[in-house]
Structure formats: C-alpha cells, structure tokens
Design a protein around this ligand. Structure first.
Ligand code: SF4
Length: 372
C-alpha cells in the first residue's frame, strides 16, 4: 500500500475486526500509548468495530498533556519578560498554567510566536540579536533530535541570545511506571510507531519480558491500529509476551541511529515530573554540561510558585489509563475545549479532546466518521 487512503479502506477494516473477533476468547485490555493513536481510534470508530471483550484504554503519549505545571509557569514567566521572544508550537499556547496561558501572555503584549520548527527559532535569534529568543522544547523522542539540532546550530553560529526551555519526556519509563502501578489494567501495549522510528524497539524487550506484556509497535492509520490490535490479541491468546513490529514500513529494530547520536550528544537522561502523574525516574532529558549555556531555566534563573491543579481534573488518571475521559465528572460540562480545566482537553493529542471532538459532550453523539 502506498497511499493513506489504502490504510483507511472500510471493507479491509471490517475484515480485520472480524479476524480479531475470531481469535478472541476472553476479555483483554490494551493500551495505545500515543495520543495520535487515541485520536485515530476515536475518529474512525475503531473501538466500536472491536468485539466487546476488547477494551482500549489510552496512554500518556500526549507531550503537551504531560508537561508539568511548573514548566508551564516558567514558560509564562519567561514569555512575560520584555526582552524575550518566546517561541512554541501552537498546541502549547492554550495549555493552562497556574496563572493563565501563553495565549493570554500574548494578548497582554508578550512577544509569543508560533513556530513550526526549532530551527525557525534559531533563525529568529540570528535576525534579532538584540532580543532573547527562547524555544519551548516539548515532546517525546520524536522531537528531541530536531531540538538537539537547533542547539548544535545555535552553537555553530555562536548565538548568545538563543535558549531552550527543556520539557522532553521519554516513553518507555512511562510505560514501565504504568506497568508497575498496582492500578495497572494494561495487558498489552500498542507502542507509538513514530517514537520507535527514532528509538527502534530493542529497548522494549526487557519490559515485555519483565511484565509479561505483549508490545506491538503500531502505526497511526485505521488498518495499522487494527493490525496492531490483532497482533497483540493473538499474542495474549497464545500466552506470548513479545515485542512485534506492525509498523515495519517506518520502523527498524535499531531505529534512526543518527538521530539517536544527535540526541545523545546534546541531552542526557534525567528524572522528570509528568503533569498529573508525578516524578518518573529517568524519564526526561536535560541539556548536557557543554550545552547548558542554552538552558533557558538557568539563563533566566527562575523560581516559580505553582498553584495546585484544579481539583476536579483527573487528567493524571486519564493519562495512566485508570479512567477514560467520559468518566471525568467535568467532561463536556465544566471542561470543554473552550473552557479547559486540564491539558488533555486542549491538546490536539489529548484524550479528552478526542472524546469531545469525536463523541461529543455527554448528551452528544458521534460527529465524525466511523465505519458503522
Ligand atoms: S475532561 Fe477536563 S477536567 Fe476532566 S480529566 Fe479531561 S481535562 Fe481534566
């Protein structure tokens, strides 16, 4: 198959669903890790195609959602400074911090700009030598190589007015934290295909072995997801717990070694807070010593005092698959995309936003296409 449409073909999807039903003999709960996969599942009604024994729960793979409140507050404090041009991907602008969001800072005159690449922010720093240009480096292993490249480029250009606010998180430690939790419901994982494009999947072998859980590297189109679910259910039914690769057209076992090299040159692994979840050891990235001159936290010497998260928001439990968004009492009533209480209702990869968009508020109906 060469074109996207071929991965969305309804009759093939229904054949896969029948094949999954044919091999399913008991209830299984699977977690798709990535928020992009969650959106595809809701958008195309994949969950509604599955036999009732299969429950899909949604994972922590939305980088915007897991960026800790404290870092959002630091971003707000930096963006409010008159000498700063604060650059971010658009998704981060409406994520609530303790005292508003980046959009609000912009509305009050802060120089907050949406960029499409960290290299755009480097170019901006070149053009505006009298300003401090800060890039909000958010994301998983997928965005870290480009951010590392931006730091290397800034260094090669000798820029002293460019820095990054690092909020990188790593997927495998979060999967392990979920598996180690006494509340874990996950029996099989659909691992995020794009993360594995960079990292490969050899690193998942230990997780699969230790926790006796099948892990299937899975893509993002409907037929990818259905095939990933089929492979996962087949392992469970056969009593296997292995790492398999559904997304072979993009992912190699060793991943993208050049991207890994660039990441490792600039970043080192560090402990990291996850919004709503708490600290996960060795689950983040920090700038290595030779590159700390590009660390915005150091440059601006910030200490911020965070307010507590809104008590109503159960985003942490949603991100760990303990609850689904409709189980949140505020879903679609006090929390909507227009008035979000938590990041998963804002982000384009947030599970709450996916349910709201494709299934509607509590009294609503499905809006976009599914295969029914
Ligand atoms: S629906 Fe809103 S309040 Fe509830 S978990 Fe999601 S973001 Fe938080």
């Amino acid at each position: 198959m060469k074109f996207v449409q071929e991965f969305r073909e309804g009759s093939a999807a229904r054949r896969y669903a029948r094949a999954i039903a044919a091999i399913t003999t008991r209830p299984w709960t699977l977690m798709e890790v990535c928020g992009g996969q969650t959106h595809a599942i809701l958008r195309f009604g994949i969950d509604r195609l599955l036999p009732p024994e299969i429950t899909l729960i949604h994972g922590p793979g939305c980088p915007v959602c897991v960026t800790p409140l404290e870092l959002i507050d630091k971003a707000l404090a930096i963006a409010r400074r008159p000498e700063v041009v604060f650059c971010s991907f658009g998704d981060m602008l409406r994520v609530p911090g303790s005292s508003g969001d980046l959009q609000g800072v912009k509305a009050l005159g802060g120089d907050v700009r949406v960029v499409y690449s960290p290299l755009d922010a480097v170019a901006l720093a070149q053009r505006l030598p009298e300003r401090e240009v800060v890039f909000f480096a958010v994301g998983f292993e997928t965005t870290a190589p480009a951010n590392a490249m931006a730091v290397l480029r800034a260094r090669s250009l000798g820029l002293r007015n460019f820095s990054i606010l690092v909020a990188h998180v790593l997927v495998p430690p979060a999967m392990e934290a979920i598996l180690a939790s006494p509340r874990c419901r996950v029996q099989g994982f659909l691992a995020a295909g794009h993360v594995c494009t960079v990292t490969g999947y050899a690193g998942y072998d230990r997780l699969a072995r230790t926790y006796r859980v099948p892990i299937v590297v899975t893509g993002f189109e409907p037929l990818d997801l259905l095939q990933g679910i089929y492979m996962c259910v087949r392992q469970l039914e056969e009593g296997r717990a292995e790492v398999e690769n559904q997304y072979a057209r993009s992912v190699r076992r060793e991943g993208n070694t050049e991207a890994q090299r660039v990441m490792a040159e600039v970043f080192e692994v560090s402990d990291r807070q996850w919004r709503g979840i708490g600290e996960i050891p060795q689950s983040g990235l920090a700038l290595r010593a030779p590159y700390r001159m590009f660390d915005a936290e150091r440059r601006f010497g910030l200490t911020v005092r965070c307010a507590a998260e809104p008590a109503e928001c159960i985003a942490g439990l949603v991100l760990q698959g303990v609850h689904t968004p409709p189980e949140c009492p505020a879903f679609g009533t006090r929390c909507t995309p227009e008035t979000p209480l938590g990041a998963p209702m804002v982000s384009a990869e947030g599970a709450c936003a996916a349910y709201y968009r494709f299934r509607g508020p509590p009294e609503g109906r499905g809006r976009d296409g599914d295969y029914r």
